[in-house]
Design a binder for this molecule. Structure first.
Ligand SMILES: *[C@@H]1O[C@H](CO)[C@@H](O)[C@H](O)[C@H]1NC(C)=O
Ligand SMILES: *[C@@H]1O[C@H](CO)[C@@H](O)[C@H](O)[C@H]1NC(C)=O
Length: 322
């Protein structure tokens, strides 16, 4: 699917043409130079404010770029219905394509107990306006992308044994990572039509630390990762086309951006401040493009966050003669 994206670009930020659109939308928002990669011990408050600042910029994306997803295939980032989805018997169904080589992703997993609350609120607000032109993320698959061992931009081939070794290395990381208590800071709609939840961290191992531990554990991983180290986000839905209009309005008179802002405000009113707990990290081989997002084929290794790092360090110190 990446090769089907138009290669035209309008700004330096869109020159990366081989990233799946869903990933690219995040990537282009985050074109800040990556600075000090959050050395462990960075105070939580400074990471939180970096995160808040990032979320502010992401919230402005729809105003800056407009509802680009309504313009079909005209922009290099748009996710059009025909690229990734079909409508069959009145339902939106993903068109799955094999990812070759498979993408290897590390994601934090949101328990369906929490995801169901969010999914219900999102559907209540959006479904009445977007029958057949919206895709809702499966609430059994809500996730937060952390770190890729291989991605489309920079595929890192690996044998079965190497994949096992990678999964083991990630498991050792998760043993030392503590479960996170998180709070939904805000919901935003990007100019590419993706409804995202942006989260703050109240306790547990910060995503910035998790990413740097994964970087250490996976030395072959692509140098260029797809997300800002502080970002903690979940995709809730993808809007694929224009809303159904009330009879008295017509397309040219409707201010789409305002309409979308109103819907997003309604979702925020329902679930802003929602608290959740993350206790699993998944090492996922995505055998279809965007498998996690589109219910595609994948192999998942579910890893429990053990929070026993301090003990491990202590044992190691005792074992190492000085
Ligand atoms: C959602 O994901 C679960 C778990 O993978 C799966 O069993 C279920 O079929 C999915 N739902 C849909 C509508 O694809
Ligand atoms: C549709 O929108 C155009 C442009 O705003 C307006 O001139 C026209 O009167 C509208 N038509 C209806 C039926 O509302």
């Amino acid at each position: 699917m990446a090769t089907k994206l138009p290669t035209r670009s309008r700004s330096p930020a869109t020159t990366v043409c081989f990233v799946p659109a869903a990933v690219l939308i995040i990537f282009v928002l985050l074109r800040r130079p990556s600075m000090d990669p959050y050395a462990p011990g960075t105070p939580r408050s400074s990471v939180s404010s970096r995160r808040a600042e990032l979320y502010g910029r992401m919230a402005g994306d729809l105003d800056e770029r407009g509802a680009a997803f309504l313009k079909g295939g005209e922009t290099s980032q748009s996710l059009t219905l025909s690229d990734l989805f079909d409508v069959r018997d009145g339902a939106v169904v993903p068109k799955l394509k094999a990812a070759d080589p498979p993408v290897r992703a590390n994601v934090l997993y949101l328990d369906p107990e929490f995801a169901a609350v969010i999914s219900k609120a999102v559907k209540e607000v959006f479904l009445p306006h977007f029958d057949q032109v919206i895709w809702f993320q499966n609430s059994s698959m809500y996730h937060f992308s952390m770190f890729h061992a291989s991605h489309h931009l920079e595929p890192i081939l690996a044998t079965e044994d190497e994949i096992e070794a990678e999964a083991d290395a990630v498991k050792r990381v998760t043993e030392a990572v503590c479960p996170l208590k998180i709070v939904l800071d805000r919901v935003v709609l990007t100019s590419t039509g993706v409804l995202l939840g942006l989260w703050q961290v109240e306790s547990g191992t910060d995503p910035a630390d998790i990413r740097s531990k994964l970087r250490e554990a996976l030395p072959r991983a692509p140098q260029k990762q797809l997300y800002d180290p502080v970002l903690l986000h979940t995709s809730f839905a993808r809007v694929l086309g224009p809303p159904k209009l009330p009879q008295e309005e017509n397309t040219s008179s409707l201010d789409h951006v305002k309409f979308f802002h109103d819907l997003v405000a309604q979702v925020n009113k329902k679930i802003h401040g929602f608290q959740a707990k993350i206790s699993e990290l998944w090492y996922v081989e995505e055998h279809d493009v965007l498998a996690l997002a589109l219910n595609g084929k994948m192999k998942v290794r579910r890893l429990h966050l053990g929070c026993n790092g301090a003990q491990d360090n202590w044992k190691r110190m005792k074992r190492t003669p000085l």
